[in-house]
Design a protein around this ligand. Sequence first.
Ligand code: GTP
Ligand code: SPV
Ligand code: MN
Length: 590
Amino acid sequence: MATAAPLLIPLSQLSRAVTDWVESARALTQPAGVRWCEGTEEEFRELTSRLVRDGELVKLNAEHFPDCHLYRSNPSDVARVEHLTYICTASRQDAGPNNNWMDPKEARAKMRGLFSGCMRGRTMYVIPYCMGPIDSPLSRCGVEITDSAYVALNMMVMTRAGRAALERIAGNGGFVRGLHSIGELDPNRRFIMHFPEELTIESFGSGYGGNALLGKKCHALRIASWQARSEGWLAEHMLIVGLQSPKGETHYVACAFPSACGKTNLAMLIPPASLPGWKVFTVGDDIAWLHPGPDGRLWAINPEAGYFGVVPGTNPETNRNAYEMIRRDTLFTNVAVTADNQPWWEGLSHGTPVTDWQGRPYEPAKGPAAHPNSRFTVAARRNPSYSPHAEDPRGVPISALVFGGRRREVAPLVYEARNWQHGVLVGASVASETTAAAVGQVGVVRRDPMAMQPFCGYNFADYWRHWLEVGSKLARAPKIFHVNWFRRDAHGKFLWPGFGDNLRVLAWMLDRCSGRADAAASGIGLLPRVQDLDTRGLSLDEGALRALLSVDPALWRKEVADIRTYLQSYGSRLPQALLAELENTERQLG
Ligand code: GTP
Ligand code: SPV
Ligand code: MN
């Protein structure tokens, strides 16, 4: 956010296209007033104080958590709603079996009915925003209209919001239109609609992050993935991290793990003390836009400017960077509080919750004190490991792409794909246990290709074809890996310590990229042998490591059969190259 500048042209007059659209939304929703967001610190502070006065935000303990606030969302509105999220394309086939589809005309009529007069008595906020560094040719702009001040505050942290974004829109015209209202927060009148052919999003009835911060999943993944296909790039659910080795070489890695499966944590990991000399630089924690560069490499930008991260589990042992980062200037959603008004969540070893996430006296019998999907919103520049290249308009060059899932069995700690085409199959085959990030049952294994099942704005079959094409044109394509930090032993205990120790696995990958590390071939790809991983200072018995690096051919033959059934559900649009790769794997499993 910028500091206040003398206001020259009122925002409402900067772009005719934006003004016309705001006017039509105003006529439809009938707000009491319209407020254009300048994106200044002053505006942010003023809005925050007003919400505290109105009782919408709780000011947290100012001594321990300066400038931190708590927002309690409606208890029926705490996560993404995949069953109410639609891709509305003229042809149903374009949305694909991976998406809910509605005819655009029908969807528009339905949403018109819901939006009609819905902002009466409320303020309409107009938030122009830029996804990506404001001076990057890879960035894209949008405008969100919302009647939620909480959403406006979040957008001001999560994006480059305000005047500079609107000036960019006024200069080159294009922008994604996002209309949002919390409505009555009635789950029966809740829809998240995407019209990729018109670069439009309409979201009604939820104030929760992924449903309501339209720059994030709706724009930067669903709409952007659609645009990326026609323009030859990739919009992915990936963190971006820079790893500097003790020799001083820096490599950037982008990793796609499903929601609540470790992206934020890996993006800001703290190297273990027993691996001295490594440095970690965060570029992004959730979304990557990857563009083939003139040098034949993939270049990545993080379209976001902040983190909307999972709170539970964050503590000084798992992730000191994140823990330090959220101790000031942070907006908490749905955490518990202690007697002296400090935020509290499961995974903290100190403090006692007295009020749960719903504001009730905490009673363990009623469930966790903080909601399992409670979140923090904080500016990326508050991250102690924020990369100096995160704002680079060219992005950063990617050496390795990593897919991963949360699986108690089957998937080993790490393996390397045989080549790009095999890597696309590995990505398309990702399976993971569901988490609290979306409404529904938790802990059920489902296919989540490239961690994009909830976020790909078009038919997965076309998306995999696009991935194959992008790779075939890269002269220096990144290597592709798969990881699983979540394998468990017979007692249900995680076999791998995870968090900072994940660097040991990343270090092997980087050595593979520079041809310095060995691997052993297996049916599913290339695995490190126990001696190939740097285990100095790691208290893990060799049995555990062997288990983590084991591939059970019987389990994998069953896995291959499941993958085949899944891929074939995409019918004739499925790239046959993926089935050929799968046969290759099957043959090698013996
Ligand atoms: P989204 O923001 O939903 O896209 O999630 P994310 O992928 O950024 O997940 P995040 O890093 O916030 O982690 C989610 C949960 O997994 C947290 O409770 C973490 O404590 C836990 N977690 C993260 N990394 C590891 C790991 O290496 N091992 C284990 N066992 N747990 C982890
Ligand atoms: C996720 O669910 O993957 C998130 C949180 O990162 S949300 O912004 O709600 O999508
Ligand atoms: Mn995410």
